[in-house]
Design a protein around this ligand. Structure first.
Ligand code: 3PG
Ligand code: MG
Length: 398
């Protein structure tokens, strides 16, 4: 990986530091439902405050498509952010460029923190517009990117802006990159991957890339149904992608060539429909009744996965192995997560998880602080695993 500057290499005392953060957190009825992304930003902000910098936070929120909307206003993040910073005052600017932003930034004293309104209220953000990037650059002396989870987007605040000011990676960006390289760039072998989630189609690039990198590819969740059906195993009325069967067969072929073992479920917890509190049965794979659907990995599958992980040194995990949002179909994911945490605690396994709803699955399983690293990134984590260059990371190293 090319070198990027780190936070300690910037002399920020008395300077305005534009910090690209990712405050795109899940919210319901005006409340943040998972504050992990906010909490992970605290070390960078505190480090800059302590060094006497004037901290100006830039973020997107939602997908407002270039127009201001009250639902996508970052004003609602001021209080959660201030709480995460131990009650520190966070100033807010109604716009991220122009007079409103300039006034708030000019009023900052050393060690103060401000948040600017949603970058995506301007169409220039998503089209990586140089003019919009210049308007942002006027507000700062330095640029710090701490938004690994948005680094797969070549947007003005993640890409163009990095070229306009002296820049560095924030502490969270640095931690994410270090954890991901430890897991896949020069990993201790054998390397295992668990990929769950519902669709082969959305993770095809990922699966294809992983078969050439890992020794063991454990496939769970509904995407395993498609893989099973591709082998001629009937899966009742489980979710499957019939148009992906040939693709699934090709994946088996690619894995054989690359010497990667694909592990599929042996048994499954089934029910008539996906809902909380269903009557369930556990059946061997191949004996799923025609009117039932697979909703979680069964105990034999969990035991096999755990046994395989006992023999591995590195694990990359993306996606739950069951419909964990609907208990009791969280049991398989929870059990595997706890065993992974045990192996990590015993220093037998380096385990990195991330992408999509993996953070909520890990936090639901109570292991968010017990794996080697849980990434806050969704799409960026997946693109990194696919071996793609992330524009936001590349711009920092340029
Ligand atoms: C995310 O939540 O994945 C990032 O914040 C990026 O958001 P986006 O997918 O809307 O670009
Ligand atoms: Mg996304």
């Amino acid at each position: 990986m090319a070198a990027y500057k780190t936070l300690d290499q910037l002399e920020v005392a008395g300077k305005r530091v534009l910090v690209r953060v990712d405050l795109n957190v899940p919210m319901q009825d005006g409340k943040v439902t998972d504050a992990t992304r906010i909490e992970r930003l605290v070390p960078t902000i505190e480090a800059l405050v302590k060094a006497g910098g004037r901290v100006v936070l830039l973020s997107h929120f939602g997908r407002p498509k270039g127009k201001p909307t009250p639902e996508a206003s970052l004003r609602q993040l001021v209080a959660p952010l201030s709480a995460a910073l131990g009650g520190r005052t966070v100033a807010f600017a109604e716009d991220c460029i122009g007079p409103a932003a300039e006034k708030v930034v000019a009023d900052l004293r050393d060690g103060d923190v401000a948040l600017l309104e949603n970058l995506r209220f301007h169409p220039g953000e998503e089209i990586n517009d140089p003019g919009f990037a210049s308007a942002l650059a006027k507000l700062g002396d330095f640029y710090v990117n701490d938004a690994f989870s948005a680094a797969h987007r070549a947007h003005a605040s993640t890409e163009a802006l990095a070229h306009l000011l002296p820049n560095a990676a924030g502490l969270l960006m640095q931690a994410e990159l270090e954890a991901l390289s430890a897991a896949l760039e020069k990993p201790e072998r054998p390397v295992a991957a668990i990929v769950g989630g519902s669709k082969v189609s959305t993770k095809l690039d990922l699966l294809n890339s992983l078969v050439s990198k890992v020794d063991l590819l454990i496939i769970g969740g509904a995407m395993a149904n498609t893989m099973l059906l591709a082998q001629g195993v009937e899966v009742g009325k489980s979710l499957v992608e019939r148009d992906m069967l040939e693709t699934a067969q090709a994946l088996f072929g690619a894995a054989r060539k690359a010497g990667c073992t694909i592990v599929l479920p042996e048994d499954a917890v089934v029910a008539a429909k996906l809902a909380v509190g269903q009557d369930t049965t556990t059946v061997p794979i191949g004996q799923v009744p025609a009117d039932q659907m697979i909703l979680d990995a069964g105990p034999k599958t969990v035991a096999t996965i755990v046994a395989k992980l006992e023999g591995a040194k590195t694990l990359v995990w993306n996606g739950p192995v069951g419909a964990f949002e609907f208990p009791p179909f969280d049991a398989g994911t929870n059990a595997i997560a706890r065993e992974v945490a045990r192996l990590v605690a015993a220093r037998k396994l380096l385990a990195v998880a991330g992408g999509g709803d993996t953070v909520s699955a890990m936090s639901h399983a109570g292991v968010i602080d017990k794996l080697s690293y849980v990434s806050t990134a969704g799409g960026a984590f997946l693109e990194w695993l696919e071996g793609r260059e992330l524009p936001g990371v590349k711009a920092l190293t340029a």
